[in-house]
Design a protein around this ligand. Sequence first.
Ligand SMILES: Cc1ncc(C[n+]2csc(CCOP(=O)(O)OP(=O)(O)O)c2C)c(N)n1
Ligand SMILES: [Mg+2]
Length: 364
Amino acid sequence: MVQFLAADGTRVPVTDVNSPYAAYLEELDEDALRGMLRDLVLVRRVDAEGFALQRQGELGLWPSLLGQEAAQVGPGRAMRPQDYAFPGYREHGVAWCKGVEPENLLGMFRGVNHGGWDSSENNFHLYTIVIGNQMLHAVGYAMGVQRDGDVATGDTDRDTAVMAFTGDGGTAQGDYNEALVFAAVTNAPVVFYVQNNHWAISEPNERQFVIPPYRRADGFGFPGVRVDGNDVLASYAVSRAALERARSGQGPTLIEAFTYRMGAHTTSDDPTKYRISAEVDVWKTKDPIDRMKKYLLAEGIIDDAWLSEIEAEADELATRIRHACQTMPDPPHPDMFEHVYAEPHPLVEREAKAFADYHAGFED
Ligand SMILES: Cc1ncc(C[n+]2csc(CCOP(=O)(O)OP(=O)(O)O)c2C)c(N)n1
Ligand SMILES: [Mg+2]
C-alpha cells in the first residue's frame, strides 16, 4: 500500500512502493500543504452539517463521508480544471475540490432540484445513486475526450483525464466490469478510483471480492495500485501519477483507496446491527485529519492560531450552508416532469396532467 504519512503523523521512509510517487509531493509548498488540511477540515464540517440537517428534517437523506476525507481531497486536488469527475453519491470532498458549492449538494438531498448542479460548470458530473453506472458514463466520456484529440498533445491546459469514483461494493457490479474492459481495449484516458471503505451498506469486503480491487486491474490489462486512503499525501500523489498517465495517452489506472466508512451507510442505516464497534475503534486511530494536523504541526507549517482560524472558517461555512438549505424555495410541482426525456413524451404528459388535476382538487 502506498503511504507517506503514518497514522501517528510521522513521514513513512521511502520504499520501493512509495518512491515512484514521491516527486509529486516535492512540488507541494507550505501553502499547498495547508490548503490540503483546510480542505479536509471544511469538508468534514460540511458533512457534519449535512448529517445534522437530515436529522432535523431538512434533508431527505445524507450519505456521510466521515473518515473518507483524505481519500477524496487527494484526487480532488490532483485533478486539473479540465479533468472530468464522475462521482457516486458520497463524493462531497471531490465536489468541494472541484468547486461545487456545498449548498448544491444539500439541495439535491433536500429534493428541491433535479440533480443539484450544472455538471459542465466544474466538470463534476451529477451524483449517481445506481451503483457502478457512472463507470460506464466515465469511460464513454473518456472515449469522447480521445476522439476530440484532447490527449497527449503536450499542452497541460488541454490534455484531459477522467476520474470515475465508486465504492468496494461497486466493483461487484456488471457495469463496473464492463467499463474496465472498454477502458482497457480503447486505452481510454480514465482513472478508476475505488474507495474501499470496507462496507457496502451491511456487506463486508469478503462478500464483494476474493482478489482485492487493485489486483484485479492486472486481469483487465492496466496497472492497479492500493493507496492508504486516510493519508492525503499518498492519495494525492498516486492520483497525480495516474491522471498524468491518462492525459499523456498511456491509458487507464485503477486506484484502490484503502479507507473506512466511520459512520452509517446513510442516515437511513444503523450499522450497530451488523458491525462490531471494536472495528470502528481501530479505524478511529487512523483518522485522516489528525495525522495531517500532527504532521504539519511537527513540521512547523501550521500552529494553534492557524488551526483556530480554520475552525472559525468552518463555523462560518456551517452557518452559511445551514441558512441556504433552510431557505431553499420548494420548486413548482410540475417541474418534476420536465427533462425526463429530451422531447415531449405522451406518458409523461399524461402523468403531469393527472398530477396537476390532483393538486387542483385541493382548496389552496
Ligand atoms: C444497481 C444498484 N443496486 C443496489 C443499490 C442499493 N445500494 C445503494 S448503496 C449500496 C452499497 C454500495 O456500496 P459501495 O459501492 O461500497 O459504496 P459506499 O456506499 O460504501 O460508499 C447499494 C447496494 C443501488 N443503489 N444500485
Ligand atoms: Mg463501500
